[in-house]
Design a protein around this ligand. Structure first.
Ligand SMILES: [Zn+2]
Length: 413
């Protein structure tokens, strides 16, 4: 089998310092990573990288394939268009994600079973996109902060883009419906805050409903993640066994200790509220987000240093954030929050892979793992702005297949 040989790479794994190495991809897997020369076979494609960077394919840990921006109706993301159009746009968004170097994504919510459809279409090769953990409609109690379903007289019984249920049995039913529709991870709206209505102190479901939802998912082998913006709810989420805490505003030392102890993932996704605060400056609702945002920016380096399993990923596609502008997260966390670039790369690779339950298969570049990797014309540790320039992303490889290929043609020997 013809192999892809990447010679003289600056190998950046996220969990250790960069080093020079030669990487051999054979079939869908990484065959070898060596510091010594590679014996190339006659039909191998051999690329001399001259110190260009090879790193694992990145993973969006909070991803909304179906987010499309706000329509003319002013209704929030995704609810103002026909589900078919939304699915077509989501197809374009997953293509954008992989073309930006994201070979994995974990959904943080998607209506109309679009994620399950995308996942199937990607796996059968009908469309291109990242390895996807399919999400659910947003699940919460009636009138929760994201309950933008139409009023009952217009809705005539259909639940549209969200799924609500009340009481432990009601929420269990909502969770089970989402799993029946193909969700592998169910998004729960546990509190307000973080760019929704109300503060993080406002519970959007009762503690009993929360526990029932997590249990109902676990019984069916599905994961849960929660929109959570208080320390109290974060601690409860950890106790219940939620896989990913989204946002986690109100984070404190106790939360950090428990997150580290349990390995629960945290997707702070600070870009969206920052964008909202800037775009809507002067609006009391938007201005009120600032103390929470500032507190998170202040404590996040501590959480990172303590070893919390942080993830990248944000509400791209919502309002002014555009699918494809994922680089903005690197700019935010490195330049504004003060997280070392290597650490954010680890969030985007190793942590993301672990959150997908694929830590043994992807997320680092090691012999035997699946060949999910990217090649960059430069060094992100020297300047994270490299992610902004798609011309510098020379190659995207998923499962050994070149999804994007701007590499030199290479020698066949
Ligand atoms: Zn989101």
């Amino acid at each position: 089998m013809a192999r892809l040989v990447l010679n003289d790479a600056n190998l950046l794994d996220g969990d250790r310092p960069a080093r020079r190495a030669n990487i051999v991809v054979s079939g869908e897997r990484i065959e070898a990573v060596s510091e010594g020369p590679v014996e190339a076979a006659p039909d191998d494609r051999v690329i001399e990288l001259g110190g260009r960077t090879v790193m694992p394919g990145m993973i969006q840990g909070h991803f909304h394939a179906g987010y499309l921006g706000t329509g003319a109706s002013g209704r929030p993301v995704g609810l103002e268009v026909h589900p078919s159009l939304q699915a077509v746009r989501a197809t374009a968004n997953v293509k954008t994600a992989i073309e930006c170097g994201y070979t994995g994504a974990i959904s943080a919510g998607s209506p109309h079973a679009i994620d399950a459809a995308l996942k199937a279409a990607i796996e059968e090769g009908t469309i291109i996109g990242p390895r996807l953990i399919a999400g659910s409609r947003d699940v919460g109690s009636t009138g929760f902060s994201a309950d933008y379903s139409y009023p009952s007289y217009m809705q005539l019984g259909a639940k549209a883009g969200v799924n609500t249920g009340d009481g432990p049995d009601g929420i269990r039913r909502a969770v089970r419906e989402e799993i029946k529709d193909g969700a592998e991870i169910v998004k729960l709206f546990v509190t307000g805050g973080h760019a929704t209505i109300g503060t993080g102190e406002r519970w959007e479901m009762s503690r009993e409903e929360f526990a029932a939802a997590v249990e109902a998912a676990r019984e069916r082998g599905a994961w849960t993640r929660g929109h959570i913006a208080s320390a109290e709810a974060t601690l409860l989420a950890i106790d219940l066994g939620v896989r990913i805490v989204d946002h986690g505003d109100g984070l404190n030392e106790e939360c950090i200790d428990r997150l580290v102890e349990t390995g629960t993932f945290l997707a702070p996704s600070m870009l969206f509220p920052k964008f909202v605060m800037q775009a809507m400056a002067g609006n009391p609702w938007a201005d009120a987000m600032k103390p929470d945002w500032d507190a998170m920016a202040a404590i996040l380096p501590t959480a990172n240093a303590a070893g919390v399993k942080l993830l990248v990923g944000d509400d791209f596609g919502a309002f002014g954030l555009t699918h494809g502008d994922y680089w903005q997260e690197f700019a935010l966390y490195v330049n504004e929050v003060g997280i070392p670039a290597l650490d954010v790369i680890r969030w985007a690779t190793k942590h993301g892979a672990e959150a997908m339950g694929m830590g043994d298969e992807i997320g680092t570049i090691e012999p035997g793992k699946l060949a999910d990797l990217i090649v960059l014309d430069g060094d992100p540790l020297a300047d994270v702005a490299i992610f902004q320039d798609r011309a510098k992303l020379l190659a995207v490889v998923k499962g050994g297949k070149l999804v994007k290929d701007m590499l030199p043609k290479g020698d066949a020997r």
